[in-house]
Design a protein around this ligand. Structure first.
Ligand code: AVI
Length: 320
């Protein structure tokens, strides 16, 4: 890898008032933990495993959409663009894109997980030697500034695949996408994956896989809280659960307490009743109209690609 293009701000999960966020989440009536806690090295590896599971349709479907429409996608992105990816876990998708794009100015992956970013960037730079790759280790949900690049580019196109936007509450998603639009400017592009509403059983199976990988991914949060933050969760006394809330249009991932128990942190005790749960993640599913409504204050939908089962959408939006 060309170290001269590597500009990193390291991110430590103990920074950024994370502890306050965790404690305040665990003190709410419906306890919750921020889903960004999933993505340490182990969690990122487990997530990669999830994306290959037969039940987890989003990744496979989005890949199919990219493969079948690469020319149109490439035309939307255009020449000489700065391709910025929010998250760098989706290496198969970015490989397909980089392989099919007209000349881009540079590829800038942003990721909160330092190790995942380095691994994926190292692998990519071996196979795409002609492309400038500038990895940035940041929490892209927080304000940040791009370094001064010493080269020219035409427009910024943000690539936000995987329906990660679905992990935000819609009001926050709207605000977040608005901030992305403000940061990238009028005329910039957003190539975004959005999971679609569909049969409840298809969705629930995707988050309750038969091999238990999603359960392991969910429980990994408790291991992290113990080893990195100093909690004392007894991980055998917790169970994964994921249910689709049709009214809200979202999957709700929970960690369910199998018994009445206390958990401590630094002398502070938190009590859990038997069957009480901690919400660890929401994953919202949108209809195409709902999604357009979500982004309409900042973007125009230029192009929507869906798979033949209409399970998933990839959309090219331009900042207005
Ligand atoms: C990253 N995100 C889009 C995934 C999702 O489907 O909401 C995270 C995930 N959680 C459980 N399985 C996958």
């Amino acid at each position: 890898m060309n170290e001269s293009v590597l500009k990193l701000n390291t991110h430590d999960p103990r920074d950024d008032h994370l502890l306050e966020e965790i404690l305040s989440g665990l003190n709410q009536e419906q306890k919750e933990l921020p889903c960004k806690l999933f993505y340490d090295k182990k969690g990122s590896e487990l997530f990669d495993k999830i994306t290959a599971l037969p039940e987890y349709y989003p990744t496979r479907t989005e890949i199919e959409i990219i493969e079948s429409n690469i020319e149109e996608i490439s035309a939307c992105i255009g020449k000489n663009s700065l391709l910025v990816e929010l998250g760098s876990g989706s290496s198969i998708k970015i490989r397909l894109l980089l392989g099919g794009l007209k000349e881009i100015s540079a590829y800038v992956p942003l990721d909160i997980s330092y190790s995942h970013l380095i691994e994926s960037t190292n692998a990519l730079s071996k196979d795409f030697k002609q492309i400038k790759i500038i990895p940035l280790c940041v929490d892209y949900t927080k304000p940040f500034t791009f370094p001064d690049f010493d080269f020219e580019w035409g427009k910024i196109v943000v690539f936000y695949p995987g329906s990660t936007i679905g992990n935000f509450h819609p009001a926050y998603a709207r605000k977040f996408l608005g901030n992305v639009a403000k940061r990238t400017g009028k005329g910039s592009g957003l190539l975004i994956g959005a999971d679609l509403k569909k049969d409840k059983s298809v969705i629930e199976n995707a988050y309750n896989d038969s091999r238990g990988v999603t359960a392991e991914f969910n429980l990994n949060i408790l291991y992290r809280l113990n080893s990195e933050i100093g909690f004392n969760f007894d991980t055998d006394k917790w169970e994964h659960s994921a249910v689709y809330n049709e009214k809200e249009g979202r999957i709700e991932m929970h960690l369910v307490s199998l018994t009445a128990q206390n958990v401590s942190h630094n002398g502070t005790r938190i009590f859990f009743e038997k069957d009480e749960s901690i919400i660890t993640e929401y994953s919202y599913k949108y209809s195409l109209d709902e999604f357009e409504d979500l982004i309409k204050d900042y973007y125009r939908v230029q192009k929507v690609w869906v798979d033949s089962n209409r399970r998933f959408s990839l959309q090219y939006l331009s900042v207005i």
